[in-house]
Design a protein around this ligand. Structure first.
Ligand SMILES: Nc1ncnc2c1ncn2[C@@H]1O[C@H](COP(=O)(O)OP(=O)(O)O)[C@@H](O)[C@H]1O
Ligand SMILES: [Mg+2]
Length: 333
């Protein structure tokens, strides 16, 4: 400091040069500080996959994380080990993460699934932001738990019977008439049965019961030949689409051949979608809504939805929005 003051007295022409140097130096320090602490801080995110790391949505999220300047560590829950009291370790690599997106916990026995959910809770407990949060993810995967929570919050859902009792499930289907039997945990419309008459419904229920599966029987809602997929991120409706039922089908899953068509939802349907995400505490979700004659009726909220059809008909950068939310949540803001 003293040397600088003395030099300036001897060489007064140097003052503007020193000032310019000071200005640039301060600017550099501020920039470095904001790169380590601010919006552009490089973070390390995990993304859980099971069999296929090249799954369309998983890959889209990985690309979006990288494009935003973050490090990405795709991992399988199978390759993580927990140790009490030390915490958890990846069996091959460093698993220090700021946050993680759970795309899937894979298939498995009751034991394996219970363990993997506990593992997600353990990651949360260790300070890693898990998206969707472990409990929300688990509840949204279970159609029964989902409908219970939604109904309690005043959201319309179909009449549904759930049990491990063949007689009770049969009595429900006889009373309701047109029913659908669904897997408790399922996706893409797979494994669902809509039998033509009571005899066939009974046989289907009996078969499922013999396999040791839970009986999940739901009234068929009268509606147009389509349903609505509403995509909600951070409790905001981002976009929605009709999924038009293909010929000879009654399900409107995109993987079953349904056609996507962008739609602007009115206030009632928008509120229903947002409230569903809020009640289930899902950071991002694809809500399936039926247009019943009484208004919006929710059948499920997907905890790891895809958006390939939605981005095709809306041109939105949905992966980018999900990653932005992960950054925000991981910073605790
Ligand atoms: N209760 C219902 N009434 C009428 N259609 C239904 C009903 N439940 C499901 N569907 C049709 O079946 C499709 C798949 O059902 P859903 O419960 O979303 O299961 P998945 O998890 O397999 O997508 C829905 O998108 C809808 O078209
Ligand atoms: Mg669905």
């Amino acid at each position: 400091m003293q040397i600088a003051a003395c030099s300036l007295r001897l060489f007064p022409w140097a003052t503007p040069v020193v000032q310019a140097f000071r200005f640039l130096w301060t600017k550099l320090l501020v920039q470095c500080a904001s790169e380590t602490k601010g919006d552009h801080a490089r973070m390390r995110f995990g993304i859980s996959y099971h069999e296929n790391v090249n799954n369309w949505a998983t890959k889209g999220l990985i690309d979006a994380m990288k494009a935003k300047g973050h490090d990405v560590k795709p991992f399988r829950l199978l390759d993580v080990a927990a140790e009490i009291p030390h915490g958890f370790v990846h069996l091959e690599e460093d698993l220090t993460l700021d946050g993680a997106i759970v795309r899937t916990i894979g298939f498995g026995t009751g034991n394996q699934i219970t363990y993997r959910i506990s593992l997600l809770e353990h990651l949360e407990d260790a300070g890693i932001y898990v998206m969707n949060p472990a409990y929300s993810f688990r509840r949204a995967k279970d159609k029964y738990a989902t409908l219970t929570a939604l109904h309690k919050a005043g959201i319309r859902v179909p009449r549904t019977h759930v049990s491990e009792n063949l007689e009770a499930a049969t009595a429900f289907s006889e009373e309701v008439g047109d029913v659908i039997i669904k897997p408790l945990i399922g996706a893409r419309g797979m494994g669902m049965i809509r039998a033509e008459n009571q005899e066939l419904t009974y046989r289907a229920l009996k078969f499922i019961h013999q396999l040791g599966q839970v009986l999940y029987v739901q009234e068929m809602i009268e509606k147009p030949d389509r349903d609505i997929r509403a995509f909600v991120i951070d409790n905001q409706l981002v976009a929605a689409m009709y999924r038009n039922v293909p010929k000879g089908e009654w399900r409107s899953n995109i993987h079953g051949g349904a056609e996507a068509e962008a739609v602007e939802l009115d206030d009632e349907y928008t509120e229903c979608a947002i409230k569903t995400a809020e009640v289930l505490k899902l950071d991002y979700t694809g809500v399936d809504i039926l247009e019943s004659k009484d208004g919006p009726c929710v059948i499920e909220a997907n905890a790891s939805p895809s958006w390939s059809a939605l981005s095709r008909v809306t041109n939105l950068d949905i992966a980018g929005m999900i990653v932005d939310l992960l950054v925000k949540k991981s910073k605790g803001t």
